[in-house]
Design a protein around this ligand. Structure first.
Ligand code: SAM
Length: 271
């Protein structure tokens, strides 16, 4: 089944996701326990920044990124070329539910990683099972995803909260789970892996930090991607949805304003 990808893949959206990547990758890498010579598969590799960051993290790490959307995959290769890293990662076309691997590759990876993939899939367990099939015995599957309900801002902004709830509903309308992040250890277990670690990477911040404006744009533009689906399905009117987006921009000027936005991660070991 092909599901509409909620973030789309137009250039503006790609640039936003690239900025988000730069901000998040340090936190992601700090919990991946990468070592020289590892063989890594990155499922749903998108624009490839985290796949390239993994490859750069230690000598001799070989990374294959698997991406279903050709525009995203082409974008990943262009960004890699522009950064002088054209050969660093192999970006392979394919579906995370049916990984495009040879018989030799299947069951051979030290680490299979997927970030912000499962929230876009109606059957995330099928993807985790496919990842479990790709990793070697004793290897790890590392998942990172949002639980949008853990998102919190202070002081409160009720108009934004209403739009954020509608954004979450847009995931459900597509058959996806906006709270998948909290369920990662359970998914690992159900896929036959042994959950071993879990935690949070901070994607929040407070007014006064250098990237505050960028963080606000990221959050507003992320919520905007759910606007069409949420308003067409009558979750909120367009005016109500937009009132939340506008309120967030005004709220961002509040002295002492802060956003608490943890990204959930969990890791399972293949017996
Ligand atoms: C939000 S992006 C995350 C990209 C990257 N993992 C990161 O953390 O920066 C999700 C990516 O998963 C891709 N994707 C969605 N469903 C997929 C599937 N079934 N198989 C492979 N890729 C998929 C999308 O096209 C998109 O590029």
């Amino acid at each position: 089944m092909t599901t509409e990808y909620i973030h789309g893949s137009d250039p503006t959206e790609q640039a936003r996701l690239a900025r988000m990547n730069d901000r998040l990758n340090a936190g992601t890498l700090s919990v991946l326990n990468l070592a020289p010579g590892m063989r890594v598969l990155d499922a749903g590799s998108g624009l490839g920044q985290v796949a390239r960051a993994i490859a750069r993290a230690a000598p001799g790490i070989a990374v294959i990124g698997v991406e279903r959307d050709d525009q995203q995959r082409r974008g990943a290769m262009e960004l890699a070329q522009a950064a002088g890293e054209g050969g660093l990662v192999e970006f392979r076309a394919g579906d995370a539910l049916d990984l495009p691997l040879t018989d030799d590759e299947r069951g051979s990876f030290d680490l299979v990683h997927a970030r912000f993939l499962l929230e876009h899939l109606p059957d995330p367990l099928a993807a985790v099972r496919a990842m479990a099939g790709a990793v070697r015995p004793g290897g790890r599957v590392h998942l990172a995803d949002d639980d949008h309900a853990l998102w919190h801002m202070h002081p409160a902004c009720p108009e934004w909260d209403r739009t954020w709830s509608a954004y979450q509903r847009s995931y459900e309308v597509l058959g996806c789970d906006p709270r998948i992040g909290s369920k990662l250890p359970e998914l690992l277990h159900r896929a036959g892996l042994e959950p071993a670690r879990s935690g949070l990477v901070n994607f929040g911040g407070c007014r006064g930090e250098a990237m505050w404006d960028d963080l606000i744009v990221n959050m507003v533009e992320a919520a905007r991607t759910g606007r069409r689906i949420a308003t067409e399905r009558g979750v909120l009117s367009e005016a109500e949805y937009d009132a939340g987006l506008n309120a967030a921009r005004e709220w961002a000027e509040t002295p002492g304003a802060s956003i608490w936005y943890p990204v959930c991660w969990a890791e399972g070991v293949k017996p």
